[in-house]
Design a protein around this ligand. Structure first.
Ligand code: ZN
Length: 370
């Protein structure tokens, strides 16, 4: 009996051992926790894990068994994210066994924009970043100064990811938003300062300072010769005084400073029919700064016409008569009438009447004959 009991007991133990072995449920012999190793572009990483010294299975940090501890190396297909928004793809320029370099181009970046490198699923690439702080980027990978047409270069080495930004601040002053652009010149004494000197600005002209490729600044500051003027959500400065100005723009503070070098009296031009006091027609300025125009105006062939030039400061509420300027006037068939010269037309018709304020010459364009 004793013998058979012992046998049964042994049999149970054997059976129990076999079953334990067959389903792997021994008490695992966890060693120390292996630390997480981030992958790189060239090497795989691993999660934090335990390995059983006996069966060599892997377990995560919570001691749950896992199939693999491998974190695959990063894909080289990466993108630049600016302020958490993917803005450009990086293109691989070159690679070898221990380095890869990429570039992303043609970016408009503004001061304090934050850069991140992300994969195609917009997950951040976890890596040691080494920003080249001499290249317009801060240690925290944000942009130091506004820059247009920037290139971001990224180089992976065993030491980390080197990140640098290059680009030029191409600033432009735009006059009367549909006319030509004028480059500003970077100051030699202050890299943040851009200048444009001795600019002739007429009253009511608009100016704006912006990047060559269209990033506009909001310009809220102006001096007493200007006021802010919104057109299509873009802030312009409207000139209030005819004059010659020096314009400077500080890219760091985004301040515009406009210095009046010389004031030029502003004149308004009126077109008149002689002996008809109701005929004060203000002439418009044209793109040509020396020409004013009165468009589509009906002229009678038996009347004399002339132009008056009046300094803004004298005109408030006063009729043009009596403020005659000796420089003002005429052409066509002309007569002298004291200091005023006048002209007549041969046919009744609608005309565009141009007047050159430098030469005092008329130019008539026939619109429609009666
Ligand atoms: Zn084990």
């Amino acid at each position: 009996m004793k013998k058979s009991l012992k046998f049964i007991l042994l049999a149970f133990i054997a059976l129990f051992s076999i079953s334990l072995a067959s389903c792997g449920e021994h008490a695992h012999n966890f060693g120390a926790l292996h630390e997480k190793v981030n992958p790189t572009f060239l090497t795989d990483g691993n999660i934090a894990y335990y390995e059983c010294m006996d069966c060599h299975k892997y377990f995560d940090a919570n001691k749950n068994e896992v199939d693999t501890i491998v974190l695959n190396k990063y894909s080289k297909e990466i993108s630049l994210s600016v302020n958490y928004e993917t803005k450009a793809d990086f293109i691989v320029l070159e690679e070898d066994d221990n380095h890869i370099s990429w570039e992303a181009k043609d970016l408009n970046l503004l001061r304090d924009d934050g850069l991140r490198i992300v994969d195609k699923k917009n997950n951040r690439i976890v890596h040691k970043f080494i920003p080249d702080t001499t290249s317009n980027i801060t240690e925290r990978c944000s942009i130091h100064n506004d820059v247009s047409n920037a290139s971001i270069s990224l180089t992976y080495t065993l030491n980390g990811l080197y990140l640098s930004v290059s680009g030029r601040e191409e600033l432009v002053v735009q006059f009367n938003y549909e006319s030509k652009l004028t480059d500003m010149i970077q100051s030699e004494s202050n890299e943040n300062l851009y200048e444009l000197n001795n600019v002739r600005l007429k009253k009511d002209s608009l100016l704006n300072i912006h990047f060559m490729n269209g990033v506009y600044f909001t310009m809220g500051k102006a001096n007493s010769n200007f006021r802010s003027y919104m057109v299509d959500d873009i802030m312009y400065l409207q000139c209030l005084t005819d004059g010659i100005y020096n314009i400077s723009f500080n890219t760091y503070g985004r301040d515009v400073f406009i210095e009046l070098v010389e004031e030029i009296p502003h004149y308004t031009y009126y077109f008149h029919q002689y002996e008809y006091s109701g005929g004060n027609k203000e002439m418009e300025e044209t793109q040509d700064s020396n020409e004013v125009v009165l468009r589509n105006y009906y002229l009678l062939n038996n009347q004399y016409y002339y132009v008056l030039k009046m300094n803004d400061k004298d005109t408030e509420d006063s009729a043009p008569y009596g403020v005659l300027d000796s420089d003002s006037l005429l052409l066509g068939e002309t007569i002298d009438f004291g200091v005023t010269k006048m002209f007549k037309v041969n046919d009744n018709a609608y005309y565009d009447i141009y007047f050159n304020t430098e030469t005092n010459e008329f130019r008539l364009v026939l619109i429609e004959e009666e």
